[in-house]
Design a protein around this ligand. Structure first.
Ligand code: FMN
Length: 211
């Protein structure tokens, strides 16, 4: 069975990205996937301490809740990540997870010595984001972070659902088309993982994912 992790990156439990991600989870489950939901604000997770204990075995050595999800993140076929835009990038909760996943980057590029450069990804990710303003470049920062984060997970950014001009808690519920788009994307992700008809958004990253 196709296995997906749904990561809630907002500090709000009933916020806009959480509402959208719940729809995507419903779509993915209706398409037959098994979905594990991870609410980042419920996890006790230190930021990366940059001690590179992960160099030994590609596993983070900080003992906290990241240890509970590190194996899952390597096993899943697909990821659905939802984060609000905070100062033109992802939320702090989301960024802490991204940085902790540097253990997987180290495993991939330093320990297993995967080559840098263009690749096709067997695993796929969906990114959902919302911001209150309407600027053209509102999602640029977050998208770059998400693409390189997903690369560390050996995953291509398959699709991103981005909504501007949404601020108050639950405001997204007033736009049923957004909710439907999220449900449909969850369903379509499962179909994309089971076939190969869909192109990833980050085929050919602008730069090698070197640090
Ligand atoms: C700390 C913080 C920083 C924010 N930074 C931005 C920003 O840079 N650009 C923007 O358009 N909205 C910004 N917002 C607004 C949120 O992105 C917006 O309210 C969003 O709908 C929240 O989504 P959520 O309900 O899923 O948490 C910020 C909000 C907070 C609390």
């Amino acid at each position: 069975m196709t296995e997906i992790a749904a990561v809630y990156g907002s500090p709000r439990r009933k916020g806009n990205t959480s509402t959208l991600l719940k729809q995507a989870v419903a779509g993915a489950r209706d398409a037959g996937a098994e979905v594990a939901e991870i609410v980042l604000r419920d996890l006790k997770m230190s930021p990366c301490l940059e001690i590179y204990g992960c160099k030994k075995a590609g596993q983070c050595v900080i003992k906290d809740d990241y240890g509970k999800i590190e194996e899952l993140l390597q096993r899943i076929d697909g990821l659905m990540l939802a984060s609000p835009i905070f100062f033109y990038t992802v939320s702090a909760h989301t960024k802490i997870l991204m940085d902790r996943c540097n253990s997987l980057w180290v495993k991939k590029y330093w320990i297993e010595k995967h080559p840098f450069g263009p690749k096709t990804y067997p695993r796929k990710g969906l990114f959902i984001s919302v911001g209150s303003t309407k600027g053209k470049r509102l999602f640029d920062g977050a998208l770059l972070s998400v693409k390189y984060f997903m690369d560390a997970l050996d995953m291509g950014l398959w699709k991103s659902l981005l909504f501007r001009g949404i601020e108050t808690e639950g405001q997204i519920k007033k736009t049923p088309a957004s909710l439907k788009a999220a449900y449909d994307a969850g369903k379509a992700l499962v179909h994309a993982l089971e076939g190969d008809e869909c192109l990833d958004e980050n085929q050919g990253l602008a730069e090698d994912p070197q640090q």
